[in-house]
Design a protein. Structure first.
Ligand code: ATP
Ligand code: MG
Length: 393
């Protein structure tokens, strides 16, 4: 008898299958990410995770068999998975496979169907094509349904693996990407706005472990941006379980800049300080690059000239995954990952403090450096880092 609930999950990974020698390393991290993330929301669901050729087989406990909805939404956020399927274990005897397929499909309401078998067990005496035909014929005879190969309402997948044969009816799309933690560490500058959480998503998607840094001007402004950033990091935890957030006090630096510099250059000066501080934090954390949510031309500070002047302050690579995105595309992604609703809540951006209506759109590096020269940058930066608060999520 076929189990009432799926007993296994077959997980297919995406690019990591191509990674040659690194493959074992990638698989190990992906497997551990799957286990930790599922344990976090539905502890005791996984009996074990087996690594088969090119895929994982998750064995579900009875608890897990009853928690498929939350397990599904969790696995959909595990980077590195191309797709997965909740599966039923059957036999390697063709008559039993037939019976179980009929029983499984009987649980659904449909008129047209297709059988899609995959056969990688050398001991199994039938080809995938024979299975498709034989099982298809049984379903037609027993359930009086019609075959439609190109657009069926129901699909009966049969995976004949070395160890056992599994049935399922749905392939669930994963996030693709690379397992978080396989590409090293980066610092993401998180502002409280819409863009930077999306930049963080793209860092995580390529396997980066992310450390968040937020600059705030409390007590000159309210704590709203800090609250928003905390909530955003909570949301992004669905991709990376453990996160670290640096909250850096920026008011003193802003006041020093206000006293001594050309108002038109203030935003650029703020940004250069932010980058330098983010870089110091990166070095302490052994992070290899800095991510920002900048998109070309979106606001005055994001012209190519100003980006170049800000970039000059950094030694590490500054990565801007959204550089070619339209605002609408960024918003769509922010909605999809669940950060948009938080980002649009009101807060006063620290970069708007003491800033004129028309800041420089084409700042010149020599002017900026001249303005910076009168500031005690090293001390300001050291003090900001020393007073930073670290929160662990
Ligand atoms: P966002 O929507 O992320 O705020 P934005 O389009 O409003 O981006 P800016 O405010 O010009 O752009 O900021 C550009 C980038 O600089 C941000 O995406 C973020 O990475 C970084 N940044 C700006 N302000 C802060 C801040 N207060 N703390 C940390 N990073 C910041
Ligand atoms: Mg902003």
């Amino acid at each position: 008898m076929l189990n009432k609930f799926p007993t296994h999950i077959i997980c297919h990974y995406s690019e990591i299958a191509l990674k040659g020698q690194n493959r074992i390393y990638f698989e190990k991290i992906l497997k551990s990410n799957i286990k930790r993330m599922v344990d976090e929301i539905a502890s005791g669901s996984i009996k074990k995770i087996e690594r088969l050729r090119g895929r994982f087989l998750i064995h579900l406990t009875e608890n897990g068999q009853h928690s498929t909805d939350i397990i599904q939404s969790t696995l959909q956020n595990v980077f590195g998975l191309a797709y997965f399927a909740f599966a039923y274990k059957t036999d390697s005897e063709i008559e039993i496979i037939k019976k179980d397929c009929v029983e499984l499909l009987q649980r659904f309401d449909f008129t047209t169907f297709r059988v899609t078998a995959r056969q990688i067990n050398k001991q199994f005496p039938f080809s995938a094509q024979t299975l498709n035909e034989e099982i298809g014929a049984a379903v037609i005879a027993k359930l009086k349904k019609k075959v439609n190969l190109s657009a069926p309402e129901a699909i009966c997948y049969i995976d004949v693996l070395e160890e056992a044969t599994y049935l399922y009816t749905e392939k669930i799309k994963g996030q693709n990407g690379l397992p978080v933690g396989t590409s090293g560490k980066v610092v993401v500058m998180l502002s409280g706005g819409i863009d930077s959480p999306v930049a963080a998503y793209y860092a995580l998607k390529r396997g980066m472990q992310v450390i968040y840094v937020h600059f705030h001007s409390v007590p000159l402004v309210s704590e709203a941006s800090i609250e928003k950033v905390r909530d955003t990091v909570e949301v992004l935890k669905k991709y990376q379980l453990n996160a670290k957030l640096y909250l850096v006090k920026f008011a003193e630096i802003q006041q020093a800049i206000m006293v001594d510099s050309n108002p038109k250059l203030r935003v650029i000066l703020y940004r250069r300080f932010m980058i330098k501080i983010a870089e110091k934090i990166s070095k302490n954390e052994n992070a290899k690059a800095i991510y920002t949510g900048e998109a070309l031309g979106q606001v005055a500070s994001q012209t190519i000239e100003n980006i170049a002047v800000v970039e000059d302050a950094a030694e590490l690579p500054v990565i801007r995954p959204l550089i070619g995105f339209d605002k609408q595309e960024i918003i769509r992604k922010a909605e999809e990952i669940g950060t948009y609703e938080i980002s649009i809540l009101p807060h006063q951006d620290c970069c708007t403090l003491y800033v004129p209506k028309h800041p420089a759109t084409k700042a010149r590096l020599q002017d900026v450096i001249k303005n910076e020269a009168v500031l005690d940058s090293d001390q300001l930066i050291t003090r900001a880092i020393e007073s930073a608060k670290i929160e662990i999520f």
